[in-house]
Structure formats: structure tokens, C-alpha cells
Ligand binder design. Sequence first.
Ligand SMILES: C[S@@+](CC[C@H](N)C(=O)[O-])C[C@H]1O[C@@H](n2cnc3c(N)ncnc32)[C@H](O)[C@@H]1O
Length: 252
Amino acid sequence: MIAEALLYAATVPVTLKAHRRFIRYSVNLWSRAGRCSGQWAEHEERSKNAVRNAMVGLRQKRTAVVLGSGLLRDVPIKELAESFDTVVLVDLVHLASTRLWLRFKRYGNVRLIERDLSGYGELAAGKQPEPLAFLRSVPYLDFVVSANLLSQIGRGAKRRYDVEQADVMPADTVAQLIGAHRSALEAAPCKTCLITDVSYAVIDRTGKVHEEADLMHGVALSSVHENWSWPVAPLGEESADYQIVHKVVAAY
Ligand SMILES: C[S@@+](CC[C@H](N)C(=O)[O-])C[C@H]1O[C@@H](n2cnc3c(N)ncnc32)[C@H](O)[C@@H]1O
């Protein structure tokens, strides 16, 4: 708890005011990732490998953008920073610990951008969501990675929809935003790699599945090359009797 409080306090002053309310989610992620590091290791390595595989054959490696870079646990930042002229990391929040680590590693070609990648604001304003339109202004863009972000966009949008504006937002808000992210990646003028969890299952100690849900809200993904399981909440994390396992795919 003390480490979390310190990390939170250190991140507040380096975070845009509008994004400070999201810091607690990043700190929670940091905390759980530490507790579950053993059980998450395979997922993190497979995510990194998917990015490495997607990079194979790139003719130019000038600028790479990582969407949902978060704690850089499932992103092969070393290879990206060593291979590309510039790497741009985009997230709602970059924790102070991640900033410090990047400085310690002397990755001088890595830039950080705080940005809401959901497109929720545009949809709320009655516009067509174009959450990745900013990519058009990134010079020499050769590679875009969406790193275990898309289901979180859906989760955040659902939370906002339920609490704030269910009366003014379209009923299919979450599906529209997930679809907009997928379509924007498909339309990007360069190689892309989409890694996302697409479903979850609540499983008891006998292996019996008690609940399942589609995290893509019906949006289909194409060009899926790899898939694996991610024990997001292993036995003992949220319950002594149940674990929550997500199915992850990599499309590139
Ligand atoms: C499961 S984590 C991804 C982990 C990260 N790739 C890593 O290697 O540690 C999801 C990330 O998406 C970010 N995120 C969630 N909603 C977002 C949004 N609307 N815009 C930008 N980033 C968002 C979170 O802050 C978090 O860092």
C-alpha cells in the first residue's frame, strides 16, 4: 500500500490534470502485475514475440508508435528503441516509475504522449470517432502497435457510458469505439500489430467455466496470427475458488 501511495503521489505532478483520475488504474495494474508476475510472464513474452514477429520484414524503421504502452511489460521496448529512429509511447498515463526507468535506460529516442485513445469524446459530440487520426501527423510512420489496449478502451467506455451519459450516447457506444480502433489500425499507412484480450472466463478449481464474456462486444478481428491464454486473476487474486482467464489474440 505504501509503494502504491508513493507511486501515485510521484505520478500526479507529471500527469495532465485531465488524466489524473486514471492514475489509480495504472497504479492498480502495476500492483497486480507485480503480484502476478509469474503467472503473467508467458502472456507478456508472447505479446513481445508477436510484436517482434510483426516487425520482421519491415523495410524501413523510422518511427514506431505504441498505443497503450502502459508499464512496458508486454512491449519489447529494447528492440523497438534499438531498431527505430524514434519510438512514440501513447497512453492515458505514464507512471513515474516507467518514466524513471526509461531515463535510467537512456532511451533518448523514446517520446511519451498522454492521450485518450478511445474516441469517446468525438462520439459524445455526435461525430464519427477517429481515435487514431493523430497518426496521420506522425512523420515517417513505419509501425504501429496496439499493446493490450483495446479491451481496456471498451471497459473504460462502458464505465463512462454507465455512469455519465447513457441517455445521450448511442446504445452501441462500446462496439462503435472498438470498431473504430480496429478500422483505424486497418487503414494505417504502415504495418500494424494489434494485441488484445478478446474474451474472459471465470473458471473454478475443477476447470468448470461459470461465466464467459466477449470483450470485443461483437466486433470481429481479422488477420489473427496467434492466440493464447492470460490468467489475469489467478486463483487467490480475486477469489480462492475461481480464476479469471482472458483469451488474447495478436493480429498483424
Ligand atoms: C492492460 S494495460 C496494457 C499494458 C501495457 N501494454 C504494458 O506493457 O504494460 C492497458 C493500458 O491501456 C491504457 N488505456 C486504457 N484506456 C485508454 C485510453 N482510452 N486511451 C489511452 N490509453 C488507455 C491504460 O492506461 C493501460 O496502460
